[in-house]
Design a protein around this ligand. Structure first.
Ligand code: SAH
Length: 250
């Protein structure tokens, strides 16, 4: 019997490995999903791939699952970071969820000059990334970093990491996507290696930020078409463009 429920556990997985459940997991599996002893569950921990496990103990506040066999190997996403300026709560949640589904390796909320929020709930956003991985069949969970200042991040920007700078100022005029995002160019291997995508806040980027980003040798200024997209839409559009040309959709 194959498992319909996928669960992330922060626990090593391997043949015969037993995994103790915490209260929330037990509540979900036995209280909400009504699983009984012997029921299959697919487990992943972001490191050991996906495992078929069975319920060996079911109780109200806990329980145990025992791993049988590996059903999928660990599949790492490309080395892509998503940098975005947090916006309203529901839209920020959406961006984190979509970034996990779309195959970002790390999610980095950044504070820009026009970012409204000064704080994020990192733990809550991380939980959203886990839930998205559970839903989409991922075996990897992107780490959600704490909020940090974009300027500080740029001060120590890694020399080998390219940056796709999505600039709303490029929406005006008729800029076609740069040659980089043309499939034939990327096939020649022009663009492999570590990358990041940068999406600004509702207020967009300031002129000093724009100047600084344009001067960064690793940065590629990109248009996402002639319309101004909301930040959450822009994040999904940029990841689609990147995955399709430079990422793992190829
Ligand atoms: N208030 C700003 C728009 C911000 S949109 C204005 O009216 O100018 C939020 C973010 O989405 C932007 O900072 C940019 O990163 C991205 N974005 C939206 N539309 C875009 C486009 N057409 N091209 C490139 N980036 C875009």
């Amino acid at each position: 019997m194959s498992a319909k429920i996928r669960l992330f556990v922060d626990h090593p997985l391997g043949p015969g490995q037993s995994v103790a459940l915490n209260r929330d997991q037990a509540h979900y599996l036995f209280g909400v999903m009504r699983l009984a002893e012997g029921a299959p569950v697919a487990l992943f921990n972001g490191r050991d791939g996906e495992w078929l496990a069975h319920v060996t103990e079911a109780a109200k506040r806990g329980g145990v699952l025992t791993c049988a066999e590996q059903t999928r190997p660990l599949q790492m996403p490309p080395d892509l970071w998503l940098l975005f300026a947090p916006i309203k709560k529901a839209r920020t949640d959406f961006i984190v969820e979509k970034a996990a589904e779309m195959g970002a390796a790390r999610i980095l909320p950044v504070q820009t000059e026009f970012t409204n929020s000064e704080r994020i709930r990192q733990d809550r956003l991380q939980a959203h990334a886990i839930e998205a991985a559970e839903q989409c069949g991922g075996t990897y969970v992107p780490e959600v970093a704490d909020l940090q200042k974009l300027s500080l991040l740029l001060d120590r920007w890694p020399a080998d990491r390219q940056l796709m700078f999505c600039d709303e100022a490029e929406a005006e005029g008729s800029s076609a996507p740069p040659g980089l995002f043309d499939r034939s160019a990327s096939r020649e291997g022009k663009a492999s290696g570590p990358w990041a995508i940068l999406i600004g806040p509702e207020g967009g980027f300031s002129e000093p930020e724009r100047t600084r980003l344009r001067a960064l040798p690793q940065a590629h200024t990109v248009s996402l078409g002639p319309r101004i997209l909301r930040a959450d839409t822009a994040a999904v559009a940029a990841m689609t463009l990147w995955q399709n040309t430079l990422g793992d959709w190829r």
